[in-house]
Design a protein. Structure first.
Length: 429
């Protein structure tokens, strides 16, 4: 087991263009890829499981909010629990739990058992994200936005490859063969157990309230409440748009006569475009600022995604790829911006932006399902929410302006009453 290397970065970095701990960042990205690959197994299988278990549309679309409750909504709780007990255990056990349960999805013989699989697997997915994101932030050093873009892109790539892997496995073997997919997650977690650097232990709660470590959690959130709420709302709308496509597009393809393999491939291509977009957004944010990337993403992703469901079916996927790229460009950037607003609590803020915001967005498929007969079916729901993504761009007016610099490191001009100069006490060694 690696014990000599610590995740914590030195107080100063000799070369500001380098990551503080490239090895730790690579391991965090690998774990994120494996963890999130299992998280997307359910989406291409929704039509199949609906038919297999004789579910109604309402039952099928309740699966996603229930799964999101344990994988996304509870991430702040997982973050606080891991801070109190064992960060390393949460970072390792989460993907392992996801692998064991979500790979058993093919064995779900009833609606209740499918719920159990999604609940337990969702807990595993959610346990990893707060500490994984905080670990990636510290390992990135002064290149946090690029580091978070790499971390987010790794997770999105995992989400993208999940549908491809699970549909190909079922097509070439059987529905029950999904259980063997747990072997990849087990092998990856064994490797991480021996090679993952030790995570820094958080300070005691009493120390966190002293002036030396900056404001407490509630005070820190209050000081940055306006821009943080704006970022949160932007993230919720964009998450809802992606979750609506993830849930409804397989049913649209099924109605067009597409096979399970075709459905899985289409979702993989769409989600892969989002992952590449997230990586590109990180590079662009380092040069032009997160605010500019958020505006560009919002103004382009909505029309592109709406157009995808207005054109003939054979043109849908190319437009989806372009829209997915634009939509994904801002997701990791907004997480990094939120971390910079509240640098004393990066784990908690990461959980709010990556977990709770996406949990709220995951309610969209169930919320829109009763309205689909009145708004043009699944197509109309996606088009309407996609355009809402563009309208949400106006919220950037409440985000702090950034100083453009030719260097990779950006400077934030925050309100005078909140200056993030203290390190993250929850990540200090």
């Amino acid at each position: 087991m690696a014990t000599a290397t610590s995740l914590s970065a030195p107080a100063s970095t000799a070369h500001t263009g380098s990551f503080a701990n490239p090895r730790a960042l690579s391991l965090a990205c690998l774990a994120h890829f494996v963890n999130d690959a299992y998280s997307s197994f359910i989406f291409p299988l929704l039509p199949l499981m609906t038919a297999q278990l004789h579910l109604s549309a309402a039952q099928a679309f309740w699966l996603i909010p229930v799964y999101a409750l344990f994988s996304n909504f509870l991430q702040p709780v997982y973050g606080m629990l891991s801070d109190r007990w064992s960060r390393r255990s949460f970072a390792l056990a989460g993907p392992l739990l996801a692998a064991l349960f979500l790979s058993a999805i093919g064995y779900a013989g009833s609606y209740g058992w499918l719920m159990v699989v999604l609940i337990m697997g969702g807990m595993g997915v959610g346990m990893f994200h707060p500490q994984g994101a905080a670990m990636a932030a510290v390992a990135s050093g002064q290149r946090r936005r690029l580091g978070m873009a790499l971390f987010s892109a790794a997770g999105t790539l995992g989400v993208a490859f999940g549908p491809l892997v699970v549909t190909q496995t079922i097509t070439h073997f059987s529905l029950g063969s999904t259980l063997y997919l747990a072997l990849a997650g087990i092998a990856a977690m064994v490797g991480l157990f021996f090679w993952l650097p030790p995570l820094p232990a958080p300070k005691r709660l009493a120390a966190e309230t002293t002036t030396e470590t900056g404001p407490g959690l509630v005070q820190a959130l209050q000081l940055a409440s306006v821009p943080l709420l704006a970022l949160y709302a932007i993230t919720v709308v964009r998450a809802a748009t992606q979750m609506l496509i993830n849930a409804y597009y397989p049913f649209i393809l099924q109605a067009q006569g597409a096979s399970l393999t075709h459905i899985g491939n289409a979702l993989t291509v769409f989600l892969l475009a989002g992952g590449i977009g997230g990586l590109a957004g990180g590079f662009l944010a380092e040069r032009f600022g997160g605010r500019a990337v958020t505006v560009l993403s919002g103004l382009t992703s909505g029309p592109l995604l709406a157009a995808a469901f207005l054109v003939p079916p054979h043109w849908t996927l190319p437009w989806l790829v372009c829209g997915g790229f634009a939509l994904g460009a801002t997701i990791p950037v907004n997480v990094a911006m939120a971390q910079e607003l509240v640098p004393q609590r990066t784990a908690t803020v990461s959980a709010l932006m990556m977990g709770f915001a996406w949990g709220v967005g995951s309610l969209a498929p169930r919320a829109f399902e009763p309205l689909t007969p009145f708004i043009g079916g699944y197509h109309g729901a996606i088009i309407g929410l996609a355009l809402g993504t563009t309208l949400s761009t106006i919220l950037v007016l409440w985000l702090p302006r950034e100083a453009r610099r030719p260097l990779l490191r950006l400077s934030w001009r925050l309100p005078h009453r909140f200056t993030p100069t203290q390190p993250d006490s929850s990540l200090a060694p």
